[in-house]
Design a protein around this ligand. Structure first.
Ligand SMILES: [Fe+2]
Length: 559
């Protein structure tokens, strides 16, 4: 039967439809003003980018009859029975958006919690919870902070743990929400045995819009991620893997000419990100600008930065500074590294940030961004060791430190072994040192209390952020990965070795005070007017959905 004819017919028949939906067990859809055929809510619901008066609501609604488009109604209310919705409306779902539906609900009261749902005449989504931001005096605020979720590497139990923390107000996602790698690529070794293979048709490296969309559809099947989206509003930014490894302004380490035009790939990647994330791109959906800020009453000003797409100059590569005689040209390298014009944020974003900081009067300033800002300057001996020799090199240096602490005088060579340090990751702020100094001065000159949060490394870290006079001007807290393998995997360490290394690194890296190198998890940050309490939570297991969560470290910031 022609579907449109059927719709007309059934509305004429009145009660027939109710009866049929009762028989099929989906009678719970609320009444609609006109008949909307069933859709499949394939990936739950989500919300994000709250302001004092608005919030993005998200769902994915695939027409049950394989149509190119359909309609859903939505409601937002202050009570879970939706007896008197605050706002409601109709939204179209179309194949053009991968059947994702996003509503930017306006004119909501500030500082309130809400229930929301989507439905047709035939069926409805799960009910989500979200909130708007408070204005004025705020006593308390709690963030859960995430980065680096890798579907084939494990279950997203860290997301589930945060979903079950009733005190978490908002989720911050610092990127690597997906990874672009193919089956058999990075972190996929256990995928099949733990039931986390990619779906057929999505097993290659992501290059096209269809590829990226299917990868989001795969990731969003994870129960922990669905639950977290359903319960908490997200504020998200991308890192590199939403596009390709080590993305910069005009290319990426993991993009080669035979994979086509980089910008076409990036456009596809960004389209899928905007479709699948409950984000409100500040310059609209055709613009790759995502840096934006959020004001949590008088308590926190949060700046979400883009250190990937909008302004990043290409990463430096130490191999490019090898001279004809094979020697490393340290002088030329340092000159390039400290070039005052070298930029990570780009001029427009930098100037925007400076303006925002000047105007902010919030108690705490938070830079939400992707990569480590702390000076991760390792002894050169460690960095130049083969992978298998790293642990041994560190042991050797620890031996020297012990000797020194016991009062022995070190030889010149031994002193140099401890003192000769190099930045280990030129994709991080260490590769953009001059701009790092400028960003830190921006806050310290204005006498603002700054915390920087980071992801990207897959491990938990605490760094002092020091200016070029060596003074501590802020702290950096880095969240461990949700499931991507960390340093222990890269260096082939067992748990005992990884713990030993985590104890050793703060002794060898000047500004580092804490790290965890072998566990997956997330961070929470609780803000009051007098203190910020940051905690590192780790899950016991990612190879199935059974886990316990341990809080292993707490930092209190009172500056
Ligand atoms: Fe990552």
């Amino acid at each position: 039967m022609d579907r449109r004819h059927f719709i007309k017919l059934s509305s004429l028949l009145g009660g027939t439809l109710t009866l049929s939906t009762q028989l099929t067990g989906c009678a719970s859809a609320p009444e609609t003003k006109e008949y909307f055929p069933a859709v499949e809510f394939t990936h739950g619901v989500a919300s994000g980018d709250p302001t004092p008066s608005a919030v993005i609501l998200w769902t994915r609604a695939v027409p049950a009859d394989n149509d190119d488009s359909g309609y859903v109604r939505w409601q937002i209310a202050t009570s879970p029975d939706f007896t008197s919705p605050l706002r409601d409306g109709v939204a179209k779902t179309t194949r053009n958006n991968d059947f994702t539906v996003k509503i930017d609900v306006q004119d909501l009261p500030s500082g309130r919690s809400f229930y929301y749902r989507f439905f047709t005449s035939e069926n409805r989504s799960v009910t989500g919870t979200t909130s708007t931001l408070a204005t004025g005096v705020m006593d308390k605020l709690k963030f859960a902070v995430f980065s680096c979720a890798n579907y084939p590497a494990g279950y997203f139990n860290a997301y589930k743990a945060a979903a079950e923390d009733n005190e978490v107000d908002v989720v911050l996602h610092l990127g690597d929400y997906i990874y672009e790698y193919p089956k058999g690529g990075y972190a996929t070794a256990n995928a099949e045995s733990i039931g986390r293979d990619f779906m057929p048709g999505n097993e290659g490296e992501l290059l096209t819009l269809k590829d990226y969309r299917l990868r989001y559809a795969t990731y969003r099947q994870d129960n922990g991620l669905q639950l977290l989206h359903q319960r908490k509003p997200f504020i998200a930014i991308w890192d590199d893997h939403e596009i390709a490894n080590d993305t910069y302004m005009s290319g990426a380490q993991n993009h080669s000419a035979d994979e086509g035009d980089f910008f076409a790939r990036r456009t596809a990647a960004i389209q899928a990100y905007y479709e699948w994330l409950p984000i409100r791109p500040p310059m609209g959906y055709d613009n790759p600008q995502i840096y934006r800020s959020f004001e949590f009453g008088n308590l926190v000003n949060l700046y979400m930065l883009d250190t990937r797409v909008i302004g990043r100059e290409k990463q430096l590569n130490m191999a490019d500074y090898k001279q004809a005689d094979g020697q490393f040209d340290g002088k030329a390298f340092m000159q390039a590294l400290h070039n005052p014009d070298r930029t990570l944020l780009g001029r427009a974003q930098f100037n925007w940030l400076a303006d925002e900081v000047k105007q902010s009067s919030a108690r705490w300033q938070v830079l939400g961004q992707q990569i480590l800002m702390g000076k991760m300057h390792y002894p050169a001996e460690v960095l130049t060791s083969e992978r298998e020799a790293v642990a041994g090199a560190i042991e050797g240096l620890l031996g020297l430190l012990k000797k020194q602490q016991a009062g022995a005088t070190l030889s010149k060579v031994e002193q140099a072994r401890l003192a000769t340090k190099l930045p280990y990751n030129l994709d991080a702020w260490d590769g953009y040192a001059a701009e790092r100094d400028k960003v830190l001065s921006m806050f310290s000159d204005a006498q603002k209390s700054l915390l920087v949060i980071a992801g990207d490394t897959h491990n938990g870290w605490v760094n002092k952020l020091t200016n070029n006079r060596g003074e501590t001007v802020a702290m950096e807290y880095a969240t461990p990965s949700v499931s991507s393998p960390g340093m222990e995997d890269y260096l082939g360490l067992n748990t005992a070795q990884a713990k030993r290394l985590a104890d050793a690194l703060p002794l060898l890296i000047d500004d580092l005070s804490y790290c965890n190198l072998h566990e997956r998890g997330y961070m929470t940050m609780t803000f009051t007017l007098s203190m910020v309490t940051t905690q590192w939570h780790y899950v016991s297991n990612i190879s199935n959905e059974n886990y316990t969560v341990f809080t292993r470290h707490t930092e209190r910031f009172v500056n």
